[in-house]
Design a protein around this ligand. Structure first.
Ligand code: ATP
Length: 255
């Protein structure tokens, strides 16, 4: 396979259960290196579960539930990153391999300043990498420059999303997982963020997987998309293929 077509992430026949309820049902997907893959689906379709399972956070959640005698979380199938099976690799190890999740609803540290949030993101980076990444983040999001000393909890939703994306970039991602990055943002801010995500992908060799409930704002920037319904992939295709499918347009893209 030529390097241009290299598959960075492959998910094969993945099933995830919360107790007996299936959240991810036999999902397979392939994300090409250097491209943007979209995962689309309504509320509860399974987007966040899929993202946490790829990032490995589901392992932590499983342990936490077991400790408190809560629900049993289980999964089957395979997740491969750069050809290596990582299905049961711990999340911190996945992060050091370059799999970095920017979680749903940003989850910035509200009482730390914006700069501290960014520095926390750079904990895996060398000093030199952290310096270069910080410069890059502030170049990508100049809006953050005057806010660096402000507590993150006081920033607007759009500013927090820029901060959370910047924090993820500070962690030196090879695969950047963005879980609903546009959630709750005004349309002009959505467009600003979508443009920045495209820019990251064009200017760096970072591969992006992003999930969204509404495809319209990110549709122009994705290379390939998967549509999830009740935990299953019901459709997939290039952005062009999805865009030319009238059922897709009305049912999933609100167009
Ligand atoms: P949203 O857009 O609302 O974030 P989503 O597409 O990200 O939704 P998930 O949050 O992955 O979907 O949820 C998929 C299914 O798994 C839903 O039925 C949800 O109720 C269930 N689920 C998610 N997290 C848990 C959990 N910790 N315990 C039990 N069930 C869960």
């Amino acid at each position: 396979m030529s390097p241009q077509n290299e598959i960075l992430l492959e998910v094969k026949d993945l099933m995830v259960f919360y107790e007996n309820a299936v959240a991810i049902n036999n999902v397979s997907l392939r994300c090409q290196k250097g491209k943007i893959t979209g995962i689309f689906g309504a509320n509860s379709a399974g987007k966040s579960t899929l993202m946490s399972t790829i990032a490995g956070l589901i392992l932590d959640l499983k342990k936490k539930e077991e400790r408190k005698g809560g629900e049993r979380i289980s999964w089957f199938g395979e997740i491969k990153f750069r050809g290596k099976d990582i299905t049961n690799v711990e999340p911190f190890e996945r992060a050091s391999m370059g799999i970095i999740l920017c979680p749903e609803r940003r989850q910035v540290f509200p009482e730390s300043t914006a700069l501290e949030n960014l520095k926390i993101g750079g904990y895996l980076a060398t000093k030199e990498q952290a310096r270069t990444s910080l410069e890059y983040v502030l170049d990508l999001f100049p809006e953050l420059k005057p806010l660096l000393k402000r507590e993150a909890g006081f920033l607007s939703g759009g500013e927090q999303q820029m901060l959370a994306t910047g924090r993820a970039l500070m962690a030196q991602p090879k695969l950047l997982l963005l879980d609903e990055p546009l959630l709750g943002l005004a349309p002009s801010v959505e467009a600003r963020l979508a443009k920045a995500i495209k820019k990251i992908n064009e200017q760096t060799d970072i591969t992006v997987v992003l999930s969204e409930q509404y495809a319209r704002p990110v549709f122009p920037i994705i290379d390939h998309g998967y549509v999830l319904e009740n935990g299953s992939v019901v459709l997939d295709g290039t952005s062009e293929e999805l865009m030319n499918n009238p059922d897709v347009l009305s049912a999933y893209f609100g167009i």
